[in-house]
Write a protein that binds this ligand. Structure first.
Ligand code: KIV
Length: 299
């Protein structure tokens, strides 16, 4: 098991340029997560913990709990806005929630890496449209943007990365295309589908994607891709225990999903007495490899 880095921030952080103001919170106990640190963690085999958050308070709690990456996911369409899918989420909503998350983190450790989803319709048209949309989220405080899709996104990913915007890809079940996929179901099961997924993952790594979310993908395929992609950390959700990291929707892992709980979720509130405690338990379980358990949470 790899232990989390608890090196005090002031022993490692370089001086801030341009007269940066001190944080509003007490000094951070951890080093801030950066792209090179995420790459190092992936290379060393240290698991990466990621949770969604959509508002200032939960983001501050997740950051204080040691969650390494906070995803401002377009799942906010479902959990915050009551939509049936992520398709109706606007760029303006993503901007609003990203700003809220980043403001909340400034009241905490502010060490987490913040990823914001490019919503449906904000990048599909052209790479120019994609960079305009990504600019909105980066200016709201995101460190990285995430976009869904296979080979057709390669050109967009390369365009953004070359212009200094870190990108997380998203393969497997891509919720923005749920209507084409015919529902929320496991992807990459047939040989042909697995081979397309493999090819897309390699192309996206070559285009510069530093991370890829693998959603509802058979565990053996996700494990194979994790080894095959040294420069692109795989983050699983319903993809088994052998990915470089794990992500869950916060409301799911806190057990406040009012619908049918997806198979890949564990309710961390069951053994916790606080939200922060549940998040700390999640980070520990991801780090020590006890979550997910392939016999219960994977395909
Ligand atoms: O929007 C989201 O929360 C996501 C996760 C499910 C990975 O994309």
């Amino acid at each position: 098991m790899n232990t989390p880095d608890t090196t005090p921030a002031n022993t490692t952080v370089h001086a801030s340029p341009y007269g940066t103001l001190p944080p509003t919170s007490t000094p951070a106990l951890r080093r801030p997560i950066s792209l090179p640190r995420l790459a190092e963690m992936h290379q060393r085999g240290e698991k990466i913990s990621m949770l969604t958050a959509y508002d200032a308070t939960f983001a501050a709690v997740a950051d204080a709990a040691g969650v390494e990456c906070i995803l401002v996911g377009d799942s906010l369409g479902m959990v915050c806005q009551g939509l049936h899918s992520t398709v109706g989420v606007s760029l303006e909503s993503m901007r609003y929630h990203t700003e809220s998350v980043v403001r909340g983190m400034l009241r905490s450790q502010s060490t987490a890496w913040v990823i914001a989803d490019l919503p449906f319709g904000s990048y599909q048209e052209s790479r120019e449209q994609a960079i305009r949309s990504a600019g909105v989220l980066m200016q709201a405080g995101a460190h990285m943007v995430k976009l869904e899709g296979g080979g057709w996104t390669t050109e967009i990913v390369q365009f953004l990365v070359e212009r200094g915007i870190p990108v997380c890809a998203h393969l497997g079940l891509t919720p923005q295309t749920v209507h084409s996929l015919g529902g929320y179901r496991v992807q990459g099961k047939s040989d042909a589908a697995a081979s397309t997924l493999r090819q897309n993952a390699h192309t996206l790594q070559d285009a510069g994607a530093a991370m890829v979310v693998l959603e509802m993908v058979p565990a053996p395929l996700a494990a194979e891709l994790t080894t095959a992609l040294p420069h692109c950390a795989t983050i699983g959700i319903g993809a088994g225990k052998d990915t470089a990291g794990q992500v869950l929707v916060m409301h799911d892992m806190l057990g406040i999903n009012l619908g049918k709980m997806p198979r890949f979720v564990r309710n961390f509130m069951l053994d916790a007495s606080s939200v922060r405690g549940a998040m700390e338990a999640y980070v520990r379980a991801v780090k020590d490899g006890s979550f997910p358990d392939n016999s219960q949470h994977a395909w």
